[in-house]
Design a protein around this ligand. Structure first.
Ligand SMILES: Cc1cc2nc3c(=O)[nH]c(=O)nc-3n(C[C@H](O)[C@H](O)[C@H](O)COP(=O)(O)O)c2cc1C
Length: 344
């Protein structure tokens, strides 16, 4: 079915297609009989293979990556499509518009995207309110938190604490996003002192609320190996649940897309197929260093079931999809679930 819809979506500007799709999914979510129809097509329970990770029971290992549903608009649709978990956000404490458009671009020759959205979102409270109304309870829900663009780095920890406080009663786990390339200075928060400050605030906030939920840190694929080790060590020292590896990359090497087109697109994070190898190598490195002390959610370049198997073999516990959904459609979810179950 998606092969019929895709040419239409690809004929539109990428963000317009994204908005149109989310609008349609919102309509689906509001009508129980349509949601039921979606379930009868996608059979969300099929190929489920429950697994316990970070103390949570995931119905299967395949999740939605952050950024596709930044405002937690359609959690029940993600469950109906068969995801075992969905990571919503990134949300910031205050609403913000993000960068000027155009800010999302397709690179079909590379099965990739470039985005510089810049955390456009309606704020943590709006997302939390929506999530209080969700119906499906069988899917695990992650909340990905970030900082507002205008918050100076020395006050970053407060922003993460505020996001977690707003969403503590609705999220099953949290991801601290310090790896988006589109908020100036954000990635420097991966350095030890800044990261310790943020994670202590987040973990203390959850303790204070009496809701000690698993906390993950999302890494940039452009970190040096030493920096990856350092973040891994900080996570273990402070009692984080694990890492999400990885976010998008600034690297443009080896792309088929012509250089002049890349120059016209400009800055942003690259996702999709070209990210797979580096991202998988990071998963492997973390698993080697942390052994079983941290859980790993793999994100980056899963365009086929085979890519997902690579991630699990490299040491990931769970996988997430974003760009693969844009190129392959929602049938990719069941295909990955089946492949992972068969390969287990
Ligand atoms: C348009 C777009 C927006 C994104 N926004 C976010 C975000 O808000 N927070 C985040 O942690 N990751 C964000 N990401 C990164 C994805 O969650 C994912 O880590 C990355 O795209 C690599 O996976 P993929 O190759 O399967 O897309 C975004 C990615 C894209 C393509």
């Amino acid at each position: 079915m998606y092969s019929l819809v895709r040419p239409l979506l690809f004929s539109l500007d990428a963000e317009t297609a994204h908005e149109l799709t989310l609008g349609l999914l919102k309509t689906i979510q509001k009508r129980p009989f349509v949601l039921k129809l979606i379930k009868s097509i996608y059979r969300p329970g099929q190929w489920n293979d429950p697994v316990e990770v970070a103390g949570l029971r995931f119905p299967n290992r395949v999740g939605l990556a952050a950024g596709l549903d930044k405002n937690a608009l359609v959690p029940d649709v993600w469950a109906a499509l068969g995801f075992g978990f969905a990571e919503l956000g990134t949300v910031t404490p205050l609403p913000q518009p993000g960068n000027p458009r155009p800010r999302l671009f397709r690179l079909p020759q590379d099965k990739a995207l470039i985005n510089r959205m810049g955390f456009n979102n309606r704020g943590a409270d709006v997302a939390a309110e929506r999530l209080r109304q969700r119906r499906s309870r069988d899917m695990i829900l992650g909340a990905n938190v970030g900082k507002n663009k205008d918050t100076p780095p020395q006050r970053a920890a407060q922003d993460y604490g505020r996001g977690v406080r707003a969403l503590a009663d609705v999220a099953d786990y949290f991801t601290v996003n310090v790896s988006s390339p589109n908020t100036p200075g954000l990635r420097s928060l991966q350095q030890r002192d800044a990261l310790v400050d943020i994670l202590k605030t987040v973990l203390e906030t959850l303790q204070e609320l009496g809701m000690p939920k698993p906390v993950f840190v999302k890494l940039a694929p452009d970190l040096s190996d030493t920096a990856v080790d350092e973040v891994t060590d900080v996570c273990m020292e402070l009692g984080c649940a694990g890492l999400v590896a990885t976010n998008t990359t600034l690297d443009r090497s080896g792309l088929r897309t012509p250089a002049d087109l890349l120059a016209r697109i400009g800055e942003g994070g690259l996702s999709g197929a070209p990210l797979h190898a580096r991202s998988t190598a990071i998963v492997e490195r973390i698993r080697h260093r942390a052994d079983r002390r941290l859980a790993i959610i793999a994100s980056g370049g899963i365009l086929t079931p085979r890519h997902a198997i690579d991630k699990i073999r490299a040491g990931a516990d769970l996988v997430q999809l974003y760009t693969g959904l844009i190129y392959q459609g929602p049938a990719l979810i069941a295909a990955v679930k089946k492949a992972l179950r068969d390969a287990a």
